[in-house]
Design a protein around this ligand. Sequence first.
Ligand SMILES: CC(C)(COP(=O)(O)OP(=O)(O)OC[C@H]1O[C@@H](n2cnc3c(N)ncnc32)[C@H](O)[C@@H]1OP(=O)(O)O)[C@@H](O)C(=O)NCCC(=O)NCCS
Length: 357
Amino acid sequence: MDLKNVQASEKMADALVAFHNKYFGDNRKPEHWIWEYKVSYPDLSLFSVMMQNGDIAGTLGMIPIYLRVAGKRTLSAKCENALVTPEHRGSNLYLDLHAAQESNCRRKGFQFQWAYGPQYKSGLRCGFSVHKNAICSLGAVISPARVLADTLKSGKKGVRERMVEITSAMLLWLYGSARRATNARPKNRYVVRTEPLGQRDMDDLYQRLRSRFPDMIHIDLDRNYLKWRIYDHPFIQYKNYFVYRGSQLVAYSFVNAHKEARVYLTDFTYDDIDAGKFLLSRILKDLAAKKIGLLIFVGNRENPLIKETLNLLRKRGFVHIGATNFHIRNIQFKFDETISKLENWYMTGTASEGYEV
Ligand SMILES: CC(C)(COP(=O)(O)OP(=O)(O)OC[C@H]1O[C@@H](n2cnc3c(N)ncnc32)[C@H](O)[C@@H]1OP(=O)(O)O)[C@@H](O)C(=O)NCCC(=O)NCCS
């Protein structure tokens, strides 16, 4: 077998995206790949491609993401686009893709790797700790009419599957509406803004959260990250909410309403439960006016803060709709114990939605 490992360049974006679209059934464009790997810290990102006689046999990408680990800014690699052609699965090709990145990872200063994704055994084989179903999704049906219209339109599904989907959506909507109706409206002592008042407000909010959970691990939502991933995202428009009590930022949310059939509470963070309730009511009120199918929140269910959020959402009629695994692998980080503890990871949709279009 004539296999050769190469680092991808922008010139390969067309071929790489075609390779992924073929296996994942997506409709991504080369611009999406370029945005993901070549816009934020382009010199740090890694993308390993295994070529066989001029064809792509496998890929593995690593996106540089600065996290705060117990407050300290730390460079991590988020693994993405793991794909091997079916004929090479079960061989060592995937291991080789990982091994090919190892020295680059160290040289570039990545401390550890992490990923969301369904694979299990292949993750273990590559040295990851794999936490089964740690990343869970809760959803609520906002407009059953929307789900009905989308399901009827879907040519891919059979009659039986459509009937099950429509019935589930109706039940979910009835259940959710009843729960939402019994919730008292929170007091209106907050002001909602579309931008933070001050540049340090997000930092201050996370500092307060870290004073409650000192070993917390979260994405460093600095200007660079927010500009790339949220504010100036070229393919997804977010509606942003910043909730203030006086001059203090007490909650925020990024809502990805790019596709009305599935809307994401990409991030939903608060350091005061009343502010969280207020913000959720506000978002639900705004969305009720639109024809939204499912409203979804994704997060690590072992993290205590996210547990609180999941409880809040359940009280408003959200139910479990799915889960995927969380993968962690240390490369050269001194505080292995901190990153090994799943409960430390405050991970929400901000880490998962990069290229959903
Ligand atoms: C993930 C992948 C690169 C791993 O390749 P690999 O190391 O050669 O591993 P294999 O495909 O032989 O899979 C090893 C085991 O993991 C399981 N597995 C692999 N991908 C899986 C997935 N997406 N979901 C659930 N299980 C998966 C396989 O069933 C297999 O189990 P087995 O050993 O009991 O048969 C390859 O399976 C692949 O390309 N999958 C499709 C794309 C994908 O799911 N990527 C991850 C999300 S980005």
